[in-house]
Design a protein around this ligand. Structure first.
Ligand SMILES: C[S@@+](CC[C@H](N)C(=O)[O-])C[C@H]1O[C@@H](n2cnc3c(N)ncnc32)[C@H](O)[C@@H]1O
Ligand code: SF4
Length: 380
């Protein structure tokens, strides 16, 4: 019997969790390498990470039904962090590994997220020669005053340099995307409009817009409050959102996903896949979220936690057993393995929530709770 299209796995996400610095607003799974760290030291750290990434890929493939993987990948997405910190050789290494799983050809959308200051036209051409056909760069703002507050790992001038390098590299501009943020400190409708106009002038096929979220634990969370200046009032942010929609749709962009606008042939197939909601995909790497076998789970967000997760041989095997509700050997699991397992599969807050609600409606994916409630309390 042939596999239904939606059950096929044809999309891969890879998380590259390194940035030069951690921005003041960001709580993504990111490890800051440090601006002053020598390049070879950075490369060694990335190499070590790629060792683990490959190991995780091997282990996953041992456990899943590889028949589900399409012969031809539809999308490969390197997200971050700052994947463009990878050297060409490092990117090639990962792509070669993926090619052992499935084919990448010119129809595969291969995206790399980039930050100013981490690439030039030569690197971009080399990336393109390896099969990368879409790049997405974080600009956030073209306004110098706004930029200074963000704590980015590059200086203001590097934004325009990076954009010029993209153009000079000969990349198809329809396959270039930039990220902008709205609602950042000191932003006004006037400065925001000029950001938008500047982005439109660049002639790229795709633009992403994110409304600032004050994430717990970030410097912005300590410094700012949604209700007070210098953050623009929420009504003003709503006006920015509307202005974005009006200007972009008037410039032939489709608002095809909540944060994403693209010209008709420039929608990101990878973003659209997430938006469909029910499409299962493969993902790998520190903090990466998965949707596989009907279950969503995320890897540990720190490098240390992720390395331990990958090292714990057979962890995925246990995860799959749990998901299928056939875990019988929980007594043989070490406490740390159990902790890691439960947190990575369900997340502590979900567990607490389920336990508080007590009767733990037994869904397939939380079957474990039904049989080992005491074990869960033990590891919390
Ligand atoms: C995870 S980053 C990866 C791209 C790249 N590292 C960069 O920053 O340019 C993707 C985008 O998420 C957005 N983002 C990160 N933290 C955010 C926050 N707290 N609120 C809103 N948008 C955020 C930024 O616009 C960023 O470009
Ligand atoms: S560069 Fe991107 S991923 Fe890295 S800390 Fe800043 S916003 Fe987050």
């Amino acid at each position: 019997m042939s596999m239904g299209a939606s059950k096929r796995l044809s999309n891969i996400y890879l998380h590259i969790p390194f940035c030069n610095l951690k921005c003041n607003y960001c709580d993504f799974p990111v490890h800051a390498l440090g601006l002053q760290t020598p390049k070879d030291q950075k490369n060694t750290m990335i190499d070590t990470y790629l060792d683990y990434l490959e190991k995780e890929m091997d282990r996953t493939l041992e456990k899943i039904d590889t028949q589900r993987i399409s012969e031809q990948l539809d999308t490969v997405y390197f997200g971050g962090g700052t994947p463009s910190l990878m050297s060409t050789q490092q990117l090639e290494r990962v792509l070669n590994k993926i090619r052992k799983i499935s084919n990448i050809n010119q129809n595969t959308e291969v995206t790399v997220e980039m930050d100013p200051g981490t690439f030039d036209r030569v690197k971009l051409r080399e990336y393109r020669d390896l099969g990368v056909n879409r790049v997405s760069m974080g600009v956030q703002t073209f306004n110098k005053g706004e930029f200074k507050k963000l704590g980015r790992g590059h200086d203001y001038k590097q934004i325009m340099i990076a954009l010029d390098e993209i153009v000079a590299s000969g990349f198809d501009l329809n396959q270039v995307s930039i990220d902008l943020m709205m609602g950042i400190p000191y932003q006004t409708l006037v400065t925001y409009r000029s950001n938008l106009e500047k982005a439109l002038q660049m002639g790229f096929g795709h633009l992403s817009f994110y409304i600032l979220t004050l994430e717990q634990g970030t410097p912005f969370h300590k410094l700012y409050n949604y209700d007070f200046s210098p953050l623009p009032h929420q009504d003003l942010v709503a006006d920015m959102y509307q202005l974005t929609h009006d200007l972009l749709t008037a410039s032939s962009f489709d608002h095809y996903e909540i944060s994403n606008y693209g010209k008709p042939n420039s929608h990101s197939r990878h973003n659209s896949m997430y938006w469909l909601g029910d499409r299962e995909y493969l993902s790998f790497g520190c903090g990466a979220a998965n949707f596989l076998d009907g279950v969503r789970f995320a890897r540990p967000k720190t490098l240390k936690g992720y390395y331990r997760y990958v090292d714990e041989i057979g962890l995925l095997d246990k995860v799959i057993k749990i998901q299928k509700g056939i875990l019988r050997d929980q007594k043989n699991l070490s406490r740390s393995l159990m902790q890691n397992l439960i947190r990575s599969v369900l997340g502590r807050s979900t567990l607490v929530d389920l336990i508080m609600k007590s009767q733990l409606q037994v869904k397939e994916r939380v079957f474990l709770l039904a049989i080992t409630q005491s074990a869960i309390l033990w590891v919390l």
